[in-house]
Write a protein that binds this ligand. Structure first.
Ligand code: SF4
Length: 940
């Protein structure tokens, strides 16, 4: 279907439908009708009474953002005919945004990949699955022999369900490499690193619903009105109850228009601003002294750094008036509990991890962690970024954040039922087995880099793009060059993605049609750590196969199918999803993915209506006492019936009822100071009334609790700790005594193992404030970082600001998601936003004589030229331009439609902002910089 064929009437009908499903209507309904369980579904036509059809309702979850909105899919004789927005879900309560309201398109998917294809002389031609698996498999085996297993990179997906994500990490491990990664690298790896190293776990602390309790909320570098629309309903409810709203963003976003206090910040100066806020908090004695005393380590070092950030200095660096900074501090301090919400405006910087830590520390100083209405609330992007990070394909860890050390591999070898020595033999060496792999943000550098500078034996020579859009990564011309050098490029996706069109190759490319999340079942973890079970709505369309079937077929061809599925039943080539989850239950003790059995998750989905939409606790029914989706950690075995942990680090509840202290993850003392919580600072009903280390067999014996393990548990737990004891006995006994398995410690304000133990402001790599570059320089270049040389100072040393005077930044739109192929192929959504555009302030537009709706060129220091429409608007200030990142399908002015497989080009195509994005990577996680660079404009 093309846009031209849509009649005006059809267009109007669609617009009415989508507006009705969008945030405005939802917000109004929510505000008027709380308590929320009285909302009723709109009347819908019944199926024709006499029709010989079998209609059933399947319960599933929107596959776009991470709010986790439930969808009721009405299926007649195997055809998905209608959808309703699940009025009984405590997460979305009958509201959907436009994206969620149109997921039924997956049941038609005219632009989907329909069958396997292979590029022959520049044309995609149909092949069979057998041929595809055989040919690709043979090429992989040859490559393995010639160049070793690390010549392959598998780019996995946050759109896989938990089981597929886990199986993919296992698959790549059995292949013998750590060169595997997924979208979290480029959206929230800095969050995971920063928050985990401060509090203990790298996840959102509270929930969307918990915002109902907030008295003030700071949104910084986040635009939930567009990126997470239904989450806004929860905040707007808090606002109705009197919560203050602060928005910090360079651009006046749709979220900012709700704010009581809007602060326009110069991009890349978040740390200076946060320290400026904290300066006022300390100056006025607004900090929570008892919380700091009892539960934090290193706040004195933070005070020293904050003292440097006087109001004048903050104002000079950030561009924010002094009074505005003080107002924000006062609103947060005097309206507690206050919450902080951040997103990619904070994370996607070369100082992303430091940004995250500054905000984490702000919340510690205010005593806002571990309380309802407080928290560090970090909204993930895709539907399963959280779950895929927790148990899926990460270059630096096995599932459950076990890391890559020998002990971690031995733990999983036992769980998988494979011999550790055999597993080690699959890798190039033990050293490579224990070394973090190539990241998705840099895979193309691992192709293009000179071999002698690589920290692995070979460059990458084959890449699988498995459910991942290339236009969500930066520096696309370098990526295109790498694609051309590869021996083989394989795309596995429901839609062909820009990968299929941008490579410019004649052969060596395969497109494999994957089923969507509506064509399989499995669990998915929302941003608040709630895990939901999706039922299979329809059978895979066309010749599509589920991702886990494709993994199995490749494993069979490559010779490790038995190891992949030793404890997992395989039916018709599909590993049974429930069995995969049970394996996750048996292995991922660290994050408490152990109590969430398939049976418990299915029961929650079936009884959604029994959960309170503010507390998420079931008040009646068979799940009574549980929190919705068993937000992790859900400790122990399923039989232990732990209810899940709705708020991390909450001392007011016993551990058995969802409470937790900060995690003891860094020993018991540092520099002569105790890292354990102060006396009296412990969970309700804890039998240990002070801080304590993590539990292991020695500690349990010292406490005299060893005898409480059964003989079978004792045999399994001997020599083990709470993470590696496969019986779960250590965890069971610790919780029975009211203790957290991972100990009771202090949050770290001073992280001695980071490049900046206390965050410091560092100017962006491409800064127009050259005077500040000298004062606040970036890091030194690194010869070897995640297997690659990585540049900092040598990039910053070049002054591009004279030729490229404008700051460029990017963000999201409500209509589209991620790289956008899925949503831009959806005609309902495509109609809402038909052109890639660049927001330009009227003053800057006047400089080149551009008017609203005219095409302009955006030119960046890489030599890239991007052609897009000018959106002339004061939403951005003079000197800054903003572009959405979901577009693709054009290449520097050229429409690539003819390069897609026939019928596979999305309805809406446009220039990808990431084609022009410049160099820059976080100094801890290799997160790419996409929020501050330089560009110039020209008339097209
Ligand atoms: S995109 Fe996000 S907010 Fe919108 S319906 Fe889906 S899950 Fe909900």
């Amino acid at each position: 279907m093309s846009l031209q064929k849509i009649t005006r009437d059809e267009g109007r009908r669609r617009r009415r439908f989508l507006v009705g499903a969008g945030i405005t209507a939802g917000a109004g309904a929510l505000a008027r009708h709380l308590p929320l369980n009285i909302m009723q579904p709109a009347a819908a036509a019944d199926p024709v009474p006499d029709a010989p059809v079998q209609t059933e309702i399947k319960h599933t979850v929107c596959s776009h953002c991470s709010v986790g909105c439930s969808v009721e899919a009405v299926v007649s004789n195997g055809v998905w005919v209608r959808q309703e927005p699940a009025f009984d879900s405590p997460l979305n309560m009958g509201a959907h945004c436009a994206k969620g309201a149109s997921v039924r398109e997956h049941g038609f998917g005219e632009h989907r990949l329909r069958y396997p294809m292979k590029l022959v002389n520049g044309k995609y031609t149909r092949i069979s699955w057998d041929q595809a698996i055989d040919e690709i498999g043979d090429r992989l085996l040859t490559l393995r022999e010639k160049a070793g297993p690390d010549a392959l990179m598998v780019i996995g997906s946050s759109k896989h369900n938990n089981e597929q994500a886990y199986l993919l990490r296992k698959w790549v491990s059995l292949w013998g490499s750590n060169n595997v990664d997924h979208q979290a690298r480029i959206c929230h790896s800095t969050t995971v690193a920063g928050v985990a190293q401060t509090y203990g776990y790298g996840a959102m602390t509270n929930s969307f619903n918990d915002l109902h309790y907030s008295k003030a909320v700071l949104f910084i570098g986040s635009n939930p009105a567009e990126a997470h629309p239904i989450s806004m309903l929860h905040f707007l409810h808090a606002k109705e109850l009197g919560a203050k709203m602060i928005v910090i963003d360079p651009r006046f976003t749709r979220t900012a228009r709700f704010a009581h206090h809007y602060i326009r910040i110069r991009p890349g100066t978040d740390i200076a601003l946060v320290w400026g806020i904290l300066w006022h908090i300390f100056a006025n004695g607004w900090e929570d002294k008892k919380f700091i005393e009892d539960r934090t380590y290193g706040m004195a070092e933070v005070r020293k750094e904050v003292a440097k950030w006087t109001p004048e200095k903050v104002s000079d660096v950030t561009g924010v008036p002094e009074a505005a900074v003080r107002t924000a501090a006062e609103m947060l301090a005097l309206n507690r509990p206050s919450s902080v919400v951040w997103c990619m405006g904070i994370t996607q910087h070369h100082v992303g991890t430091a940004n995250v830590r500054a905000l984490s520390i702000l919340q510690l100083a205010l005593g806002n962690i571990g309380v309802p209405g407080g928290g560090a609330n970090i909204y993930r992007g895709h539907d399963n970024v959280q779950g895929a990070t927790d148990v899926g394909p990460n270059a630096d860890s096995l599932p459950g954040y076990y890391g890559l050390a020998e002990g971690a591999w031995k733990h999983f070898a036992t769980v998988w039922g494979v011999d550790y020595e055999w597993l080690r033999g699959r890798f190039g060496s033990k050293e490579l087995m224990e070394k973090p792999g190539i990241t998705v943000s840099r895979w193309y550098d691992a192709v293009n880099e000179q071999a002698q500078y690589m920290d692995q034996p070979s460059n990458l020579r084959a890449v699988f793009y498995w459910g991942h859009a290339p236009n969500s990564q930066t520096r696309l011309p370098d990526m295109k060059a790498a694609m051309q050098k590869l021996d083989m490029l394989v795309v596995i996706d429901p839609y062909p993605s820009l990968t299929a069109a941008m490579h410019g190759r004649q052969d060596g490319v395969y497109l494999l049609p994957a089923a969507s999340q509506f064509e399989t079942q499995g669990s998915v973890t929302a941003s608040n750590r709630s895990i939901q079970w999706r039922e299979r709505v329809i059978q895979p369309l066309f010749e599509c196969k589920t991702d886990h079937e494709i993994m199995y077929l490749f494993a069979r061809k490559l010779g490790f199918a038995n190891e992949l599925c030793k404890t997992i039943k395989v039916v018709h080539n599909e590993p049974v999803v429930e069995d995969i989850l049970r394996e996750i239950n048996r292995s991922c003790w660290t994050i408490g993915y152990t109590g969430c059995s398939p049976e418990r998750l299915k029961l929650h989905m079936e009884h959604k209506h029994t959960f309170n939409p503010t507390t998420l606790r079931a008040e009646s029914g068979p799940c009574k006492g549980d929190y919705y989706g068993l937000p992790w950690p859900c400790w122990g075995t399923p039989e232990m019936k732990h209810p899940g942990t709705p708020i991390l680090y909450d001392l007011s509840k016993p551990i058995a009822q969802g409470g937790l202290p900060f995690r003891a993850n860094w020993g018991v003392e540092h520099d002569g100071q105790s890292l354990l919580a102060a006396d009296g600072s412990t969970n309700k009903d804890s039998e240990i009334d002070t801080g304590y280390p993590e539990f292991d067999h020695v500690f349990l014996k010292k406490l005299g609790w060893w005898a409480e393990l059964t003989p079978v548990e004792q045999a399994a737990a001997e020599g083990k700790n709470w993470k590696t004891d496969l019986s779960g006995g250590i965890i069971r006994v610790a919780i029975a005594h009211g203790c957290a398995p991972y100990g009771n410690a202090r949050a770290r304000c001073h992280v001695w193992n980071f490049p900046d133990p206390v965050p410091v402001h560092r100017e962006p790599l491409l800064s127009s404030r050259r005077d500040l570059v000298a004062k606040y320089p970036t890091y030194d270049d690194k010869a070897n970082f995640w297997r690659l040389p990585t540049l900092y100072k040598s990039v910053q040393a070049v002054d591009f600001s004279k030729d490229y005077p404008l700051i460029m930044t990017s963000g999201r739109l409500v209509e589209y998601e991620g790289g956008g192929e899925e949503t831009r192929s959806n005609p309902w959504l495509a109609e809402l936003q038909q052109h890639m555009f660049c927001e330009v302030n009227p003053q800057d537009a006047a400089q080149i004589g551009a008017k609203l709706g005219e095409y302009i060129w955006i030119e960046t220091p890489t030599g890239a030229r991007l052609k897009m429409m000018a959106m002339v608007t004061p939403r951005v200030p003079a000197g800054i331009v903003w572009m959405p990142f979901h577009f693709g399908g054009w290449w520097m002015g050229e429409d690539l439609e003819r390069h897609y497989p026939e019928g596979g080009a999305p309805e809406v195509r446009g220039e990808s902002v990431n084609t022009g994005w410049t160099y820059g990577y976080d100094a801890v996680t290799m997160m790419q910089e996409t929020k501050v660079s330089l560009c110039r404009l020209a008339r097209a």
